[in-house]
Design a protein around this ligand. Structure first.
Ligand code: FES
Ligand code: FE2
Length: 316
């Protein structure tokens, strides 16, 4: 028998996946506000124009490299660099150099595809800058009077965004990590031309969920998912999760939780607390694990195997 050589903990992380990722909540970005953002292992600048458009560019000015997120100012539908006053339109083209009539052609900022859906500013990431391949799903529960105002929560996980998604399709870990008494049967299916993955399960009480429930987790791309939980008819909970891959080793995860009005008092805060405690359990694993490109899967890991086949499409 040969033993595997000691593995480097930094060399094995997968690249960042293709998809839609959040970089802020919409309410955090007022008209005229400029924010520095670190995502996708890059420095970005996010601002809201006077007309209300959320705009994301690479952070560094093509002139002398000032960071537009630190001192840049909004001027109508453009952002002005704090260093020499170059002004860039929402498409990234330089529209004004205050002390020169001629604008050199390469005076441009990379502009990222952005949309605002479900209360978050979402950015499309593709390593080769291809255009968005699908829309962000609109979550109807957030518009409905039958559901409560969403409770918001976020945390930074010391792990790749891949692992947050993989966790959803890992029914076995609920027993060992989240103290769920036994592993409920679950089915993973792939829908919408292979792009959306869904896990249906009968969850037992655990550190994540306060009581038995039917659970449907839907993953649109790694880092963009909903989990719908139905305790009894009319008593339902929705968790919406978007992620900001800060780097291959760090992910900021944004959550919004809403419940049907009738269980607001009994489930709302308890569910939120349960999820927070559950994530704490996951953190202990994430903080120290490595990525296995070829895991030693066993027969009982069929959901994870399906996940690994599905997730390949998000990597080039
Ligand atoms: S560095 Fe931005 S205008 Fe000079
Ligand atoms: Fe977990």
């Amino acid at each position: 028998m040969t033993l595997e050589p000691c593995i480097s903990t930094t060399a094995v992380e997968p690249p960042l996946p293709i998809g839609w990722f959040s970089i802020a909540r919409s309410h955090e970005l007022e008209c005229g506000a400029v924010l520095p953002v670190h995502a996708f292992e890059r420095d970005l600048v996010l601002y809201r124009s006077e007309s209300g458009l959320a705009v994301v560019h690479d952070a560094y000015c093509p002139h002398l490299g000032a960071h537009l997120g630190h001192g840049g100012t909004v001027a109508g539908e453009s952002i002005r660099c704090p260093f020499h006053g170059f002004r860039f339109g929402t498409d990234g083209n330089c529209v004004e150099i205050p002390y020169c009539d001629e604008i050199p052609e390469r005076t441009r900022l990379r502009t990222w595809p952005v949309c605002e859906v479900n209360g978050c500013v979402m950015v499309w990431y593709h390593p080769e800058e291809a255009a968005p391949g699908w829309p962000v799903p609109v979550i109807e529960e957030f518009q409905s009077d039958a559901w409560t105002e969403p409770r918001l929560w976020e945390f930074t996980a010391p792990t790749h965004v891949h692992n947050l998604a993989e966790n959803t399709c890992d029914p076995q870990h609920f027993h060992y990590v989240h103290q769920q008494p036994e592993t409920p049967p679950s089915t993973v299916t792939i829908a919408e031309d292979g792009r959306v993955m869904q896990l249906v399960s009968n969850a037992q009480p655990s550190s994540n969920i306060p009581e038995a429930a039917d659970l449907v987790a839907t993953v649109y791309n790694p880092g963009l998912a909903t989990v719908r939980t139905r305790f009894s008819p009319g008593a339902e909970m929705l968790m919406y999760n978007t992620s900001q891959p800060v780097s291959r080793k760090e992910t900021l995860s944004r959550w919004a939780l809403t419940v049907t009005n009738e269980i607001e008092d009994t489930v709302g805060d308890a569910a939120m607390q349960g999820i927070m405690d559950g994530i704490d359990d996951d953190m202990k694993i994430w903080r120290h694990k490595i990525h296995r490109d070829k895991p030693a899967f066993c027969k009982g890991d069929s959901d994870l195997v399906t996940f690994r086949k599905w997730v390949r499409q998000f990597y080039l």
